[in-house]
Design a binder for this molecule. Structure first.
Ligand SMILES: N[C@@H](CCC(=O)N[C@@H](CS)C(=O)NCC(=O)O)C(=O)O
Length: 215
């Protein structure tokens, strides 16, 4: 088995960062970018749609296989590579873990990244202005997501217990972008549990190399 994987996608993508985090946690060597097997594959090109039917990122390339969808990629990496297990072994805990992966890569990503952060990062208003009405409309969804996450993290270190899992790898890049906003205190200031969680995560080497150095 090849010890190295390719992650198709840019380092600024929150989902690419999730895969980077998993690689860092497990000690897997990886590359990122728009090259697949030495060939440039432009975003949304026909070649890209062959890798992901909806032209999304990331896509994993490993040993002749291509795998799309972040959760599937992370589970594959956890299964085939040695290193710390990033999913609980107990069936109920595994199901709870999968439940949180689904919630984070689905509803929580939609509320925080797609509806809120992307409006700030890639504004679509007149002359490239941020559409303040869109941000205001998205804020209740962000607040709801933060309440749900705070509740889940109240009595435990990580999303499904006291060990870092794939669910955390999915969540950390999202929250990391949110707390780096200039007015993040307005949204995250009341969620000490989440701030403590991010402090804990930032002490991990995987965060430094998988997220902070990806900037
Ligand atoms: N369901 C996909 C979603 C991935 C996704 O939305 N990725 C973003 C980048 S972070 C993307 O590809 N955006 C381009 C688009 O939606 O066309 C997954 O979990 O991997």
């Amino acid at each position: 088995m090849s010890p190295q994987v390719q992650i198709y996608g840019p380092n600024f993508s929150s989902f690419v960062r999730s895969v980077r985090l998993v690689c860092e946690e497990k000690g897997i060597s990886y590359t990122t970018g728009f090259t697949v097997n030495g060939k440039e594959v432009p975003f949304k090109s026909d070649e890209h749609f062959k890798l992901h039917p909806f032209g999304k990122l990331p896509v994993l390339v490993h040993d002749g296989a291509t795998i799309c969808e972040t959760v599937a990629i992370c589970r594959y990496l956890d299964q085939v590579f040695p290193g710390p297990e990033l999913q609980p072994a107990d069936p109920v805990m595994r199901a709870k873990h999968d439940q949180w992966c689904s919630l984070i890569a689905g509803d929580i990503d939609q509320a925080i990244v797609r509806h809120y952060l992307l409006e700030i990062a890639f504004p679509k208003g007149e002359n490239g202005a941020i559409r303040v009405d869109k941000l205001q409309a998205a804020e209740p969804g962000v607040e709801k997501a933060l309440i749900v996450l705070s509740h889940q993290l109240t009595d435990q270190q990580y999303i499904v217990g006291d060990s870092f899992t794939i669910a955390d790898a999915l969540l950390v890049p999202i929250l990391d972008y949110l707390v780096k906003l200039p007015d993040s205190n307005r949204l995250v200031g009341g969620h000490k549990v989440l701030q403590d969680y991010l402090k804990r995560v930032a002490e991990r080497q995987s965060y430094q190399q998988g997220v902070a150095d990806a900037a």
